[in-house]
Design a protein around this ligand. Structure first.
Ligand SMILES: C[S@@+](CC[C@H](N)C(=O)[O-])C[C@H]1O[C@@H](n2cnc3c(N)ncnc32)[C@H](O)[C@@H]1O
Length: 312
């Protein structure tokens, strides 16, 4: 179904693998427009409870409209999933039956010109998911050292021409700060070697640079790691955690944390994490045709088995 705020990806698969129980407590850590949350609620309402978290107030507002028929069994929290344990403490909830993450930005965030995530339209370089945060893309681009810019472009964008791009940014900002998405995108193209400059690209060269800056501004990989660790801790026996990632940096973190927890546990002892999806679940060609943004999605799911309940 097309949703103007965000069309959820792999919804049927998420619901199938989360194995929602009627009376369960479920957390959607990345609420967005509430698409996945609504499908979870269709399974658990009116006996279960859904906690929806998002650090973007616009997502919380959109989801509360979307979930209006379920609101007596929903708690919406505007926060970072990095604070998962604290959020549950505040709600006096100790264990949950399932947790879901749908990483990255929503279509709404990408499409809203003022949010400054996209170079398709010219706007102020912002890229914050949490609008109360001070640090944004403008501050990053105009204050990071050349060395730090190279590092984030290489690490989070896997960009071959990181050195050339970082060098040109530092050179240009000496005269005038780079404050708009178009200025930055044009500058990325200017920094490329002559042979790589064309009038048309399958993937615009600024895509990887914008991804890198977005990841750094929102500390996406650090929070994913911390949030996922906490998710594993708060899961109840046979509770499941599902994560949809959209690029290899995210997917690698999810895969490695699941593997580590399966092999040796993470944090508190006395449990095993069983990986349910040996290979990540990918969208069907039909889904990709209807929603091209789904093409890079990968869903991984694991189940927690608390060992002292096994032999009872
Ligand atoms: C891909 S969208 C989720 C879409 C959602 N599943 C739906 O059906 O509409 C990702 C959402 O996660 C939020 N988000 C990303 N990182 C977050 C974090 N660390 N803490 C809280 N929310 C986060 C973003 O603000 C965005 O709204």
């Amino acid at each position: 179904m097309v949703n103007s705020f965000h069309s959820p990806v792999l919804t049927k698969e998420v619901i199938y693998y989360l194995n929602c129980k009627k009376e369960g407590i479920y957390i959607d850590c990345t609420l967005g427009g509430g698409g996945h949350a609504e499908s979870i609620l269709e399974k658990i309402y009116p006996d279960g409870l859904l906690i929806g978290i998002d650090q973007d107030i616009e997502a919380i507002e959109a989801a509360s409209r979307k979930l209006k028929n379920y609101l007596d069994r929903v708690k919406l929290v505007k926060d970072n999933f990095n604070n998962l344990e604290k959020i549950l403490n505040n709600l006096k909830i100790k264990k949950v039956s399932g947790i879901f993450f749908d990483l990255g930005v929503s279509s709404h965030q990408l499409a809203e010109k003022e949010r400054g995530f996209s170079f398709k339209e010219d706007s102020y370089l912002d890229m914050r998911m949490d609008l109360t945060q001070k640090f944004n893309a403008d501050i990053l681009v105009n204050s990071y050292s050349e060395k730090d810019l190279i590092e984030i472009f290489q690490r989070y964008g896997e960009e071959r021409f990181s050195k050339r791009i970082a060098h040109l940014i530092v050179l240009k900002r000496q005269n005038n700060p780079i404050t708009t998405t178009k200025q930055l995108a044009d500058l990325v193209i200017r920094a490329l070697p002559k042979t790589k400059k064309k009038s048309w690209w399958r993937i615009h060269p600024a895509t990887r640079i914008f991804q890198a800056i977005r990841i750094e501004v929102n500390r996406e990989l650090e929070f994913l790691e911390k949030g996922l660790y906490q998710a594993i801790q708060v899961l109840d026996d046979q509770g499941r955690v599902g994560v949809i990632s959209y690029h290899s940096l995210e997917d690698r973190i999810v895969k490695n944390i699941f593997k580590k927890a399966e092999k040796e546990g993470i944090g508190q002892k006395g449990y095993n994490l069983k990986i349910i999806t040996k290979k990540p679940i990918r969208p069907s060609l039909e889904e990709i045709k209807g929603n091209p943004k789904a093409r890079s999605a990968k869903l991984r799911v694991a189940e927690k088995i608390i060992s002292n309940t096994i032999n009872i």
